[in-house]
Design a protein around this ligand. Structure first.
Ligand code: LLP
Length: 437
């Protein structure tokens, strides 16, 4: 998929770059991002929304993969940006991302984070709870500002990977509940606060969703709520944000729809619901993260040791693992992989891919079919663009890999590999300990 292919040397090539060359040049483990594929995904969203005729913003959920180069691509592709911490906000600002297109999320934004976002003049705060409503209003007032807000509501549509359940009351740490009246009270509260400009509401039903029905159900509920709020409170929503959650294909059996179909289902549903109520069509915002970058990322490892337990299993170990991809350990996520330097060879054995951390749970892939793997071979694990670098850690004091963006035969570092000095960079030995010896 994307620009990946097998070149005449039998090597995996991405963005016109031979992965064996990338390993030599940049070392492993290495995150490789297919820039053309990221841009293609961005354009699929933007063009699908354009086709709907509705006003829209596509906000890339930067939590999936927040680095300055991604913010630059998002800006160039006319995306907005969803940030959830001072770190993500700082990354965007440092990359020169236009602040007016930044949306700030989170269920426990600190006063410092809110002030930083107010000073940056970001486009919108997605307010999660009553304490934040009051805090944001007070801090905006201190600065003499009036800020755009959406209220995050919990619509009672709970999306699981393959199914979704409509629940009367939702057990979630996020947002104002629609079912118990707290969303309604939050609208009244927001409207009464002088330094907030209430644009509308936000709903996010989950992640890695394949079917459109969950999104349609969320639109139905939000629309019903919008009509009630208009009729009873005389408040009209100008913006409806439907969050992210659009699924991608990690392994065979995953059945995401093309981006255009999710967008069409949402925009059709908005048009039907709001037109039927003679309600001015609101602007639609979405926040895709995984589907913007997930399948554009590949992690390249070098295979080191192996352990064959006859009749039981063969393990091969790579030079990374749960530190660069915690998803298998956290969520039992499945991945596909190939030998990048022998991508044209037939599979010959079943192996399980272990990481190098000192714990048994550090397994990347169970029961993978590969050609007979040898020490020094390169393993390419696909679909690691989202929630991999973003969730990487220094557990075992392992250094985070470098990130390179590849396009048209060019490979450029977007994040440098951490050095051993980076590892101890924030360490301090208290002076009193040194005096003891
Ligand atoms: N908007 C909101 C409010 C969210 O909470 C999320 C994801 C998104 C948008 C983007 O969702 P996406 O399009 O990426 O599905 N670490 C987990 C995923 C956590 C998602 C959290 N929220 C994983 O690795 O699967």
């Amino acid at each position: 998929h994307g620009t990946s292919k097998i070149n005449p040397q039998g090597h995996l090539e991405i963005g016109g770059c031979d992965t064996a060359d990338l390993a030599k040049q940049f070392g492993t483990p290495l995150y490789i991002v297919d820039e053309a594929l990221v841009r293609q995904r961005a354009r699929e969203y933007v063009e699908s929304f354009r086709a709907s005729g509705l006003k829209f913003q596509v906000a890339y959920a930067s939590k999936a993969f927040s680095v300055m180069a991604m913010c630059t691509i998002a800006e160039q592709e006319d995306l907005s940006l969803d940030v959830v911490s001072d770190g993500e906000l700082y990354t965007a600002i440092k990359a020169g991302f236009p602040a007016g297109r930044i949306h700030f999320h989170g269920n426990n934004k600190t006063p410092e984070e809110i002030n930083m976002a107010l000073d940056a003049n970001i486009g919108c705060f997605v307010v999660d709870n009553f304490i934040e409503l009051a805090l944001l209003n007070a801090l905006a007032q201190d600065k003499g500002k009036k800020v755009n807000v959406l209220l995050r509501i919990t619509p009672g549509v709970e999306a699981h990977t393959h199914e979704y359940i409509s629940t009367g009351q939702t057990d979630s740490k996020f947002g104002f509940d629609l079912g118990n009246g707290s969303a309604y009270r939050a609208i009244q509260e927001a409207e009464s606060l002088a330094n907030l400009d209430l644009l509308g509401v936000h709903s996010h039903i989950g992640s890695q969703i394949f079917e459109v029905e969950g999104f349609q159900m969320a639109v139905d509920k939000v629309a019903m709520f919008a009509v009630k709020v208009r009729d009873e409170l005389n408040i009209t929503f100008r913006v409806i944000n439907l969050g992210g959650g659009f699924g991608i294909r990690y392994v065979e059996g995953d059945t995401p729809l093309p981006v255009s179909q999710y967008v069409k289902a949402i925009t059709d549903s908005i048009k039907n619901n709001f037109s039927a109520a003679q309600y001015p069509l609101p602007e639609i915002w979405v926040e895709p993260g995984r589907s913007m970058v997930g399948d554009a990322g590949t992690t390249l490892y070098t295979i080191g040791t192996s352990k064959d337990i006859p009749g039981v299993r063969k393990y091969i170990a790579v030079d990374g693992g749960m530190t660069d991809n915690p998803r298998p350990a956290l969520y039992e996520s499945k991945y596909e992989a190939v030998l990048a330097n022998r991508a044209n060879e037939a599979t010959a054995e079943t192996v399980s891919v272990a990481g190098k951390c000192c714990e048994s749970g550090d397994m990347l892939i169970w029961d993978l079919e590969l050609p007979e793997a040898k020490t020094g071979d390169l393993l390419a694990v696909f679909c690691t663009g989202a929630y991999n670098y973003a969730m990487a850690s220094n557990y075992n004091r392992i250094r985070r890999p470098a990130v390179v963006f590849v396009k048209d035969g060019q490979a450029d570092v977007a994040v440098k590999r951490e050095s051993l000095d980076d590892i101890v960079g924030n360490d301090v030995i208290p002076a009193r300990m040194q005096q003891q010896s």
